[in-house]
Design a protein around this ligand. Structure first.
Ligand code: CU
Length: 769
């Protein structure tokens, strides 16, 4: 491998790596990476022929890749630059046509880029931002994006809430394939099952354009794993922090012309943390509460997770790629103060196989086929809580669950901006709950061997109508069948509360989007999109069944799919030293699936309780906006501000128990202000994060208002050629505060409102070759 370093501008230099990777003749292709080796999406590559002619430019894709056709008799000269980074472009360098090049932007290390986004792009959290944020999990990391909120249940495993939508309403994917946790209380939300160290970036699509491809009612979150760079690379990282936080990760990869291999290990643990008042989260509930911890001290492991992965890629012929990936995650005891139980075991296996073909010309430009499977075993019980004190087995309630999902996809891209695909999954979910009471132990199939099978076809089209106006459109037709095993289902509960004993359903529906993107001048872009998205009721919402003291908990087999009609408006500005985005949206969801309290409809032998928690379809309206502005102040200083709000309401319907207009679990308005300084190898950052008081709560679910809060965070770092060091303090002033979504409404709720950690330091060291 030949490496040529070029002297460039003060801030941006380019490094050319000519690798033996095959490339098409008559063209030049490669990728742009930063000094950490992370790909740089949205970088500008300027190409000119030494022999003369007009130079041209192109922009790297999401993997930092570019490909250009060259005129006859052209010796290309390339230069890379990134908008928003002062210092100008790199000195040009010559390349040989037909060879793969790697342009290294010698960005000012932890460079904060003024993001170049278009309406077609997605919000992104890069590997660098994940490292720098000290996020404990994906929920933590993605919450930096305006419009995304986090739902905290304990020390780890935060859940994502996107524009007020959570759970099955948003599609969470790994490399485009579906991921589901096992816990009926979402102790293990999908993103929990992927370790950061595996990731290159997280894509968040807030609107409906992506739902055409993978379904869902609202946004799509795609966790993208790393792609090995040419040659051999290794990376070790260790992090230590307050409250016993400790991670060790190792990554190694090799890539050549015929394929690549990549493997890694990650270990992540932490103790019970304390809030700003010094209260450990095991002491949140008063001592008399059955869900209170028996040992209220904080000296205890709160989470301990190990993940290992291996990935192979083969290039059987030019333009083809065969991939195999396998990941195993193992976690033992994880504490969830927000619930009445803690997880005692969580084991997840992910496997994926895919084949793809890329072509530079012809009708068919690319074809990709993939199959994946995720299987999760999850157990939880109350052995650490007061409720278990008198129970003989050491616990008074226990749930064991198994979940799996097969996902199959075929995607073809054609000439002229057309893409089409077939999308299918088969989801299986089974849970058994045991409860010890006065009459002995009761065994209930709370999720009676349920399944949800889906098959869809979709098509998408994007093309320019005029040089300044682009069209984007998509359509999807989907059929989903849900069922529970009738011999295991507690149909008496369905009958008592919903007047049905059905255990299978099929729903067929269509969705799509149509939008325009107008770029009157290069610095401005306006977009408008109208979309429709549908999601079928999940196995839990239809078939969950649990008899409890006082109130039961029962799914509604008669639920209909939720249908979302949404209007999205976007405005982006990018010029000189300032960049900004503004997104506004309004949606009407017919049959939005919400938690409700229902009364028993008819007497059924054995069903004693008069009331139950259940789910219902409700017509709701939701709207909100997100804004972000970045300002380059010069001298290495940058100021960034983001803000968002979300609202949800519905019509009153006292006969169905809807006595409050406000939708439950809506995040509060929030914002973030960051001042960042970078010079040579050094970085410093001060950040303020704040949320408003949330008073728009659902009184019918006894939801309570949450006070507003503001905290400050500090970061500092240094990066050398091989070593880098990052240190910081979160919640500098040790404030006691909690986010609005930080308590569970039902079932198995403990009543605890989980505060955020008090002042917490973190130090991280990274070594890479
Ligand atoms: Cu659980």
């Amino acid at each position: 491998m030949k490496v040529i370093r070029l002297s460039g501008g003060a801030l941006v230099a380019a490094l050319l790596v000519i690798s033996p990777l095959a490339a098409a003749g008559g063209g030049v292709s490669g990728r742009v990476v930063d000094r950490s080796g992370d790909p740089v999406p949205g970088a500008t590559v300027r190409i000119e022929c030494v022999e003369g002619g007009t130079p041209f430019q192109l922009v790297t894709d999401e993997r930092g890749r570019f490909h250009a056709q060259l005129p006859e008799e052209c010796t290309p000269r390339l230069a890379a630059s990134l908008a928003g980074v002062a210092g100008g472009g790199a000195a040009p360098l010559d390349a040989v046509p037909g060879q793969e090049v790697e342009l290294r932007l010698d960005l000012d290390l932890f460079a904060d880029r003024i993001e170049v986004r278009s309406a077609l792009a997605r919000d992104q959290v890069s590997a660098r931002e994940i490292r720098e944020s000290f996020a404990r999990d994906a929920g933590d990391a993605v919450a930096r994006i305006p419009g995304v909120a986090r739902l905290r249940k304990g020390g780890l495993a935060g859940d994502l809430v996107l524009r007020g939508l959570k759970g099955d309403n948003i599609a969470v994917l790994v490399d485009g394939q579906r991921l589901h946790g096992a816990c009926p209380n979402r102790m293990d939300p999908p993103a929990f099952h992927v370790d950061f160290a595996e990731l290159e970036r997280i894509d968040v699509a807030k609107g409906l354009a992506e739902t055409t491809v993978r379904g869902g009612l609202g946004g799509t979150v795609n966790l993208v794993t790393r792609e090995p760079a040419p040659g051999f690379h290794a990376e070790l990282q260790a992090t230590g922090g307050a409250f016993g936080y400790q991670t060790e990760t190792a990554n190694a990869s090799w890539a050549g012309a015929r394929g690549s291999v990549r493997a890694g290990l990650a270990k992540r643990r932490g103790d019970v943390y304390e809030d700003g008042d010094g209260v450990p989260f095991t002491a949140l509930l008063p001592a008399g509460n059955p869900a209170a911890y028996r040992d209220r001290g904080g000296d205890r492991t709160a989470f301990d997770v190990e993940t290992g992965w291996v990935h192979f890629a083969l290039v059987p012929a030019a333009g083809q790629r065969l991939e195999l990936a396998f990941t195993r995650q193992d976690a033992d005891l994880q504490l969830y103060p927000y619930l009445a139980m803690d997880a005692t075991l969580d084991r997840a296996d992910r496997a994926r196989a895919s084949w793809s073909l890329q072509r530079a010309d012809g009708l068919l430009r690319s074809l990709a086929v993939s199959v994946s499977r995720v299987a999760v075993d999850h157990d939880m019980d109350d052995h650490l809580r007061l409720s278990s004190a008198a129970a003989a087995p050491g616990w008074s309630m226990r749930t064991e669950t198994e979940a799996s999902v097969w996902d199959e996809q075929l995607e073809a891209r054609f000439r002229g901006g057309w893409t089409a695909g077939v999308d299918a999954y088969q989801r299986g979910w089974d849970a058994t709950t045991r409860m010890v009471g006065a009459g002995g132990m009761r065994v209930m199939r709370s999720l009676p061997d349920t399944s949800l099978d889906m098959l869809a076809i979709w098509a998408r089209h994007e093309r320019p109508l005029t040089p300044a106006l682009r069209l984007r459109a998509g359509a999807r037709v989907e059929s989903a069948a849900g069922s529970a095993d009738p011999s295991l289902a507690d149909t008496a509960l369905y009958l008592a509360y919903h007047g049905t004993t059905a255990t299978s359903h099929r729903d067929t529906y269509a969705s799509g989007h149509l939008g325009l993107v107008w770029q009157p001048v290069p610095a401005w872009e306006l977009s408008a999109t109208l979309g429709r998205a549908v999601r079928p009721p999940g196995p839990e919402e239809r078939y969950f069944a649990l008899r409890r003291m006082g109130t039961d908990w029962v799914g509604d087999p008669g639920l209909d799919p939720a249908v979302n009609h949404q209007l999205e408006l976007g405005l982006r500005f990018q010029g000189g030293r300032i960049a900004g985005n503004l997104d506004a949206w309004y949606s009407e969801v017919d049959g939005y699936i919400t938690v409700v309290e229902v009364a028993r409809q008819q007497p059924v032998p054995g069903v004693m309780n008069p009331r139950a928690r259940s789910w219902a379809n409700q017509d709701v309206r939701m709207w909100g906006a997100e804004a972000s502005v970045t300002l380059d102040l010069g001298a290495g200083l940058a100021l960034a501000a983001t803000g968002s709000f979300t609202r949800g309401e519905r019509d009153l319907d006292p006969t169905r128990g809807i006595v409050d207009r406000d939708l439950a679990e809506m995040p509060a308005a929030s914002g973030r202000l960051t001042l960042r300084w970078e010079r040579a190898a050094w970085l410093a950052e001060a950040e303020g994060v704040a949320a408003a008081r949330q008073e728009r709560v659902d009184a019918s679910l006894l939801e309570e208002a949450t006070p507003g809060w503001a905290v400050a965070n500090l970061r500092g770092g240094w990066q050398g050629a091989r070593f880098s060091l990052l240190a910081g303090v979160d919640n500098l002033f040790d404030r006691q505060y909690r986010e609005h979504l930080s308590y569970q409404r039902d079932p198995f709720r403990s009543g605890a409102r989980v505060p955020e950690p008090g002042r917490a330091w973190t130090v991280s060291v990274r070594w890479r070759v």
